[in-house]
Design a protein around this ligand. Structure first.
Ligand SMILES: Cc1cc2nc3c(=O)[nH]c(=O)nc-3n(C[C@H](O)[C@H](O)[C@H](O)COP(=O)(O)O)c2cc1C
Length: 432
């Protein structure tokens, strides 16, 4: 489904190194059906090719108010736009916007713009954490701008910290969620986990409500692989996207996250400790090792229920096996049920991917596995669940349905789930 059909998005590009990601950002916006118009600063033109962006979007790009196409380009540019997105937003342009300056096409168009402003800041972490930048962002937020918080990780300057522009697919998910009102992937108007305040500088104002700060979260994700012989395995259809998105969301909320991942092709979210495993037994052993260090365990992996009773050490051949091959499988221990029955027991969250009698099966699993929450995925619905970028879930606790999150990108669902899990964990511990 094209989520941005008939939408006009103006993309403002500043002179940050992350400008090199803008052609990909444009491509993903166009793929969602958006009409994309670009404006870029003179510095941005030195970091990314204007011609590439003109070719991609099919529209000429103006950087200067006097050479803009049309009568009064800076007034026209955003006049009928749904959103003005500035990505990357440089410290310099953020400061100019806060001051109400209009000295180039981007800042003049932003000042004349009647539509919502979204900023995706990207810069060195000291520039980002500087009180000048934080004050400017606070002022822009107060005026209604939305900020896509930069991520933590390696920065172009060779340092590491907060300040990386979000990946193009995350920005597009944010825009889709905003325009389709499905809930935002990043908590609105909050920024990333609290970085250490640099010596001599005051506490940062815009740092996030770190709802997961001080919590140790263990998440399993992806499929497991049960070997049959040296070249064949039994596995499940799981891309790992949901578990990885949850790990990123929990980390963004300040939690210490350990991600136990089956064989998947997903990048490790910044700041997350990842342990790779293959079989269900490897995953079980690793979860057991981590149990003593977990406040919350989330079982998102699609673990193989069975493994081979006998693993062949040579490749099975059709010639030797003939027309029929019988494999004997034995049951694996249920990992999340082991966690739910452990002592001391962490707050335990399971996932149930069901195709029939979904609610009943999910509630039974909640009881049987002694979980605090179960997240139900109806995988019979097309376009959500396994291998899809989208999901829709219902969440049950012992009192019944605790929440339902409608179809949205997995990073949006992950953000909603992380907020819910931390809130429920805190409620449970406040009672205790
Ligand atoms: C290679 C290079 C990378 C830069 N990366 C950033 C950046 O990521 N964020 C930022 O705020 N400034 C960055 N700067 C500095 C800006 O380009 C500079 O402040 C410029 O005045 C920004 O102009 P603009 O806001 O009009 O685009 C970079 C400069 C260079 C030369």
């Amino acid at each position: 489904m094209m989520q941005l059909k008939d939408r006009k998005i103006v993309l403002g590009i500043c002179g940050g190194i992350a400008a090199y990601k803008c052609p990909e950002l444009c491509r993903l916006l166009l793929k969602q059906g958006a009409d994309v118009h670009v404006t870029m600063t003179a510095s941005a033109c030195r970091l990314v090719s204007r011609e590439t962006l003109e070719a991609l979007t099919g529209h000429p790009i103006a950087t200067d108010v006097f050479t803009a196409p049309g009568q009064i380009g800076h007034i026209e540019l955003c006049a009928h736009a749904d959103l003005l997105v500035i990505a990357p937003a440089s410290a310099n342009t953020i400061a100019k916007l806060a001051a109400g300056m209009a000295d180039n096409m981007l800042t003049a168009a932003a000042l004349a713009s009647p539509c919502r402003l979204v900023l995706a800041p990207a810069m060195n972490s000291r520039m980002y954490r500087h009180p000048a930048t934080q004050d400017n962002l606070a002022l822009l937020q107060k005026r209604g701008a939305l900020i896509i918080p930069p991520a933590e990780g390696d920065l172009a300057c060779g340092e590491s910290g907060v300040g990386r522009m979000r990946e193009p697919h995350e920005i597009v998910a944010y825009i889709c969620a905003l325009l389709n009102r499905t809930g935002l992937p990043f908590a609105e108007n909050t920024l990333l986990p609290r970085p250490e305040a640099p010596r001599g500088l005051p506490e940062q104002k815009l740092l996030p409500k770190a709802s997961g700060a001080g919590l140790r979260v263990v998440i399993t994700a992806g499929p497991t692989e049960e070997p049959i012989d040296p070249v064949r395995v039994i596995t499940n259809r799981s891309s790992g996207k949901m578990g990885f998105a949850l790990a990123a969301a929990a980390r963004e909320r300040g939690a210490e996250v350990t991600l136990i991942a089956g064989p998947v092709n997903q990048p490790t979210p910044p700041g997350v400790r990842r342990i790779n495993v293959k079989t269900a037994q490897n995953m079980l052993d690793t979860v057991k090792e981590q149990l003593g260090h977990a406040d919350i365990v989330i079982g998102c992996a699609a673990v193989s229920d069975y493994r081979l009773a006998y693993v062949y050490d040579q490749k099975l051949s059709k010639e030797q096996q003939g027309d029929h091959l019988t494999l004997t499988l034995i049951k694996n221990e249920d990992i999340i049920s082991m966690v739910g029955h452990s002592s001391p027991r962490p707050f335990t969250v399971g996932f149930a991917a069901e195709t029939t009698d979904c609610e009943q099966h999910a509630k039974e699993k909640l009881e049987r596995k002694n979980l605090d929450l179960i997240v139900l995925n109806d995988v019979s619905q097309s376009g959500i669940g396994f291998n899809s970028d989208d999901n829709a879930v219902r969440v049950f606790d012992r009192d019944g349905e605790a929440a339902a999150f409608g179809k949205a990108p997995k990073i949006v669902i992950a953000a909603q789930l992380a907020d819910l899990i931390f809130e429920m964990y805190k409620k449970q511990h406040a009672k205790a």
